[in-house]
Design a protein. Sequence first.
Length: 479
Amino acid sequence: MTQYKIISLFFVSFFFQYSLLSQKSIENYEIHIDTVELKQHLYILASDSFQGRKTGEKGQFLAADYIQNQFQIMGLSKAPNMDSYFQNFKLIEKSKSGIMSLNGQTLNFLDDFGFYDHFETLRSVNNELIYISDFKKLSGQVDYSEKVLIMEVSSIKEVDLFKAKEIYAKAIVYILTKYDQRYFSSFNDDELYFPENKNKIPYLFISKSSLNKENQKKLAEFKSSNKSNEIFGSLDVFLNENPKYVETQNVVAYIEGSDSVLKKEIVVISAHYDHLGFKHEKIYNGADDNGSGTVALLELAQAFQQSKNENNNPKRSLLFLAFTGEEMGLYGSLYYVNNPIIPLRKTITDLNIDMIGRVTKPTEKDTFSVYIIGSDRLSLDLHNMNEKANKNYSHLKLDYTYNDPNDKLNLYYRSDHYNFAVNEVPSIFYFGGFHKDYHKETDTVDKINFDKIKQICNLVFHTTWMLGNMEERPKIIIH
Ligand SMILES: [Zn+2]
């Protein structure tokens, strides 16, 4: 054996030991994700004293304080340029009464008309109405940004809200043949909305049966002669109440990366901590939705902070985001992407956890299962990395049922990762599955399987570790 060979053997064995060592140390941090602690946190956050953590109410503030205190105790930093762990912002309480005038006819809020989604820009409006028979009849030559469109549809089910979102108009008024005010009253139920939502336009619904003879006649005439893009008349809306603002907050913590260059990029790990609150004498504890994701976030933060304490943390920085306002419309994440603490172009991924605490399939007796949503929509690298982390470490059954773009439940649009995805940040939504207690007061902590939470945390942990250390960030594929 030559000396050269001896040297090369020395290097081989050195690298071999090094990789074993780093392997061992990853596992040393992973053990900080602990079912006893997951349980302790969740028994507090999903207890009655947190009153269902409704956005803008006492229980949500208590939960925000709890999460902040835990971040502090664990030793996580505040995010760069932040003087606290809170990212505060304001929401507006929806109006509960009002009137409108359609071509001079007075209509009453809820009895005759209702709102869907955001309507701040219509709080007080005086506008010309442009009739269209169909979205296909919109003209490419017309700037609709200051126009209110009016069209007739048979029921709310026929309204293509996803299509409507793409239309750049001031508002859309739908005349509904089958109008049911209960739909709008329950939607309106003391909720809050996001004031600076540029992505959404207001939709108004008017009951066709409430229209007076002149308006009925006019509508029939426009319809029969297909008068698309012509002026139908005028609309005035007055919502009576002065808007009331409510402050709420995301809770944010940070671990600076270990590489002087790559630390400028971040991996976001997120979970919403708000839930539905207290209504009809019942507390909606939201143990699974999303107490489970919130405690997972805390344990992940602790595990990674431990690696930081031992100077062995990932090269990229990590941002732990506990979102408020999710149940009311993904508001916390929407505020965040509109006001990111670290620029979104430096945000390589969002790994979002929502409802991972329940065993939801009979097959889970043997192996826990998790739904993976969105992983391949923007980046195959991200998808492959998550697969690899699972294969090498977590051994969960990955279920892509809800990732199908044709899936009727549209889960891809229904949690906070979506606000990152629309901004071209590759994202994964980890979801444990639906159960009969979903959005009911029976979503309680006694039904939670902490081993399942731990195993999904393990997958998020290893995916994050890989994302944090890989040379190249996940490449974006645009469809
Ligand atoms: Zn929910």
